[in-house]
Design a protein around this ligand. Sequence first.
Ligand code: NAI
Length: 331
Amino acid sequence: AKDPIRVLVTGAAGQIGYALVPMIARGVMLGIDQPVILHMLDIPPAAEALNGVKMELVDAAFPLLKGVVATTDVVEACTGVNIAVMVGGFPRKEGMERKDVMSKNVSIYKSQASALEKHAAANCKVLVVANPANTNALILKEFAPSIPEKNITCLTRLDHNRALGQISERLSVQVSDVKNVIIWGNHSSTQYPDVNHATVNTPGGEKPVRKLVADDEWLNGEFITIVQQRGAAIIKARKLSSALSAASSACDHIRDWFLGTPEGTWVSMGVYSDGSYNVPAGLIYSFPVTCKNGEWSIVQGLSIDEYSRNKLDLTAKELSEEKDLAYSCLT
Ligand code: NAI
């Protein structure tokens, strides 16, 4: 039998946490032959709710779940973890300035970075979900210098999956037959959902999405806006932000990173930019990546037309500004 993998979920008493921990315990993230030990962190006001989640995990009698640590102590939470899914953060409340929200999250991610660096297992892989996801991941990277930068990522897989979903609906094809969309940049409304290299598996072979949709106006307009604004549309409908889709996409992100992407398929991940596609190095930016042997690499050599170039630059610019804002909170 395999040794259990320790998975940390921060903000585990929250909405996404509640959807995510049963998925992990059922093997959705790491496979149905991989035992897991869940570490759940939240803050003292949520301690009782967190304990309730722990009770439910016991009640669900998951065969793969070999242990649960539920705590408000960040050191205990981080100790020995192989994977850290960072969902906890400070939400933007009405009337709050961007800088105030940034400042709260910078201080959370700075201290959790130190705890991970000191106490997590060697080669711990980190996925930041909490917003501003890219910039929180960047702060985590800066304050955990001994964790390899390739181990620190943020979630844009939900946006990627939303783009797949929209193409599938538009063409009335199975979502599993659509692949290789790309989310470039920030997990925010400046992200660029790009279908220029996306294809659909049809009875007549693989065909480009551009050809099948045959409506550039929709692809360059409404499609992009729908994906960029989907989070807001969910809030409007549910009066709560997306949770089951965020949790499921977080599982997809980690699963593909650990177990590899299928041949010929790429996915979108927020990763530390090396300057590929002339994206400024030193930002956490969403790129198309393939994964193999537990490591991602940015897909190289895709053609970028002028329309796309502007969109890649626009979202990079926003991330540079977020980075500056985050650094200004450090002093
Ligand atoms: P939520 O408010 O239901 O849960 C957040 C939890 O984090 C709460 O239980 C809170 O007590 C906890 N928390 C706050 N500070 C903490 C700290 N310092 N350490 C540990 N836990 C802490 O929020 P929800 O809906 O679960 O969303 C979580 C985050 O994920 C939000 O920042 C949200 O904006 C973000 N998000 C990101 C998505 C993405 O695609 N990257 C998609 C959807 C949400």
